[in-house]
Design a protein around this ligand. Structure first.
Ligand code: ZN
Length: 92
């Protein structure tokens, strides 16, 4: 059996991938197997996926809270400053 990556060398490394409950057999020569395992190191555990998701999302959440919080504060301040304005008071 030849390596399915380079199609030149003999496949000596046999990997079994399970993607969405489907078993896939991959056959690589030693060189390609090293490349493959370097690019895809093991299957990430659910907690790893969760952590990476949180890491991807959290900067946005932080950005959102950065932008919304000062706005909310300045809104409160501006309505507070305008408290003497009869029209604004009537709206509240
Ligand atoms: Zn190969």
């Amino acid at each position: 059996m030849k390596c399915e990556s380079c199609n030149k060398k003999l496949a000596t490394v046999h990997l079994t991938e399970i993607i969405e409950n489907e078993k896939k057999e991959r056959h690589f020569c030693e060189d390609c197997a090293q490349n493959v395992t370097n690019h895809f190191p093991k299957a990430p555990s659910p907690s790893d996926i969760l952590t990476s998701l949180i890491n991807q999302v959290s900067p946005e959440i932080r950005e959102m809270s950065k932008t919304t919080c000062p706005d909310a504060v300045s809104l409160r301040q501006s309505t507070g400053n305008d408290a003497g304005d009869d029209k604004r008071q009537g709206r509240q």
